[in-house]
Design a protein around this ligand. Structure first.
Ligand code: MLT
Length: 392
């Protein structure tokens, strides 16, 4: 073939982080078929969908099976019932978001990557370490990227600096991978900075349901954010939808680049490239945000947070520096004895048969750190803690 490829792909790491981990674990299990592996790498949930959600999904499937209630293509931005349920969810923690500003999708990961389509050639500021999708999708589009170091010194919560220019700023709070969550004052500083410089903030709130202190669960808790921020959120971690797929992006009507409303661009992009989320999944998502559904989902979140607390306790016992374990389903800790994070990954896999995520996979500043997910079962988490105790 003589066609030209997108050369930007040559600048990516060979594999997406979690594909690389899966590849290494597969190679290990092929050689060690009897090994009882405990997976605490990718943040994939293990608790089943809660009963209220399951029953809503079943009812919706029944509707789809009858001529009088069958539905074809869903509305491209989501059914009104779900957009309104999401707006009501925001209102439940004191944040005003208009249903019309909400765009339902198959998950925050896709939207975090796809949002690149609506921007021109700006400088993209990305914290390091961070969820790898932001980096990879901007590399694919050949964007100019500047990294913002998130370090022990700044509590993994970098703030605007004097030399930061107008640009597109990704923030993730509670943070994946570090678990650090911005306070309202810190977010206000970011919003003021974005308004002053004419920048846009892309705020990933996928872990909002894990906030257990007074950290904002949405950037729209901060005055002025509707004029400078887009927010991504998801049912994956809140309601166990990693395999069910549903998320949403808020692009406020007030958000404009010059005279152009960004909402119009995102609406145009989605209408062209996305065909909506299935009716049964949207009914299930609506049920997850009902009073009964959310109470059931929060039981699962407490379950995971109990797992995180067991891991945090081990770190305290061993005197290992860590963050997360509260406000986040992840525990982020320093690799023992100054090990680099991929070497520690190998050690953990081969000596304890526990899979985690090397900090270097989230960026250069993540080197020397390691992330464990609390999304496994209590039984497996206890077992993993025992195995870790032996090698830490
Ligand atoms: C993670 O492990 O960082 C997440 O599960 C990845 C994702 O949400 O796509």
């Amino acid at each position: 073939m003589n066609i030209k490829i997108n050369e930007n792909f040559n600048h990516l790491a060979q594999n997406y982080l979690f594909s690389e981990i899966a590849k290494r674990v597969k190679a290990y299990t092929e050689k060690n078929p009897d090994a009882k592996i405990i997976r605490m790498g990718i943040g994939d949930v293990t608790r089943p969908l809660c009963p209220h959600v399951v029953s809503a999904m079943k009812n919706a499937v029944e509707e789809m099976g009858k001529a009088e209630s069958f539905r074809g293509y869903p509305p491209e931005y989501g059914y009104d019932f779900l957009r309104e349920a999401i707006a009501a969810h925001y209102a439940s923690f004191g944040v005003t978001v208009a249903a019309g500003d909400i765009f339902v999708s198959d998950g925050a990961k896709s939207d975090c990557g796809n949002i690149v389509d609506i921007f021109g050639d700006n400088t993209i500021y990305i914290p390091d370490p961070v969820y790898p999708v932001y980096m990879d999708s901007n590399i694919m589009s050949g964007r100019t990227i500047k990294l913002i170091p998130a370090t022990v010194e700044n509590g993994f919560l970098p703030m605007p600096k004097a030399d930061f220019t107008t640009g597109v700023y990704y923030l993730c709070s509670p943070n994946n991978p570090t678990g650090a969550a911005y306070s309202a004052e810190q977010l206000q500083t970011w919003v003021d900075f974005a308004l002053d410089t004419g920048s846009v903030i892309l705020f990933d709130a996928a872990y909002e349901a894990f906030v257990s202190d007074d950290s904002p669960r949405s950037i729209y808790a901060v005055p002025g954010a509707e004029k400078c921020a887009i927010e991504f959120a998801s049912f994956s971690k809140t309601a166990g939808f990693t395999g069910t797929r549903c998320g949403y992006t808020v692009v406020p009507a007030a958000l404009k680049a010059g005279d152009t409303p960004l909402q119009a661009l995102w609406a145009r992009r989605q209408a062209t490239k996305f065909n909506g989320v299935s009716y049964p999944v949207q009914r299930a998502a609506e049920a997850a945000y009902s009073q009964e559904g959310l109470a059931q989902c929060m039981e699962n979140i407490s379950y995971y947070m109990n797992n995180a607390a067991l891991m945090a306790e081990l770190m305290r016992e061993k005197g290992i520096f860590f963050t997360g374990g509260k406000n986040s389903p992840y525990v982020w800790f320093k690799c023992p004895n100054g090990m680099d994070s991929w070497s520690f990954f190998d050690k953990l896999l081969t000596e304890a048969q526990v899979v985690g995520t090397p900090g270097a996979g989230f960026g250069a500043c993540g080197e020397g750190f390691f992330r464990l997910s609390s999304f496994n079962s209590l039984e497996n988490t206890k077992e993993a803690v025992e195995r870790l105790r032996g090698i830490l």
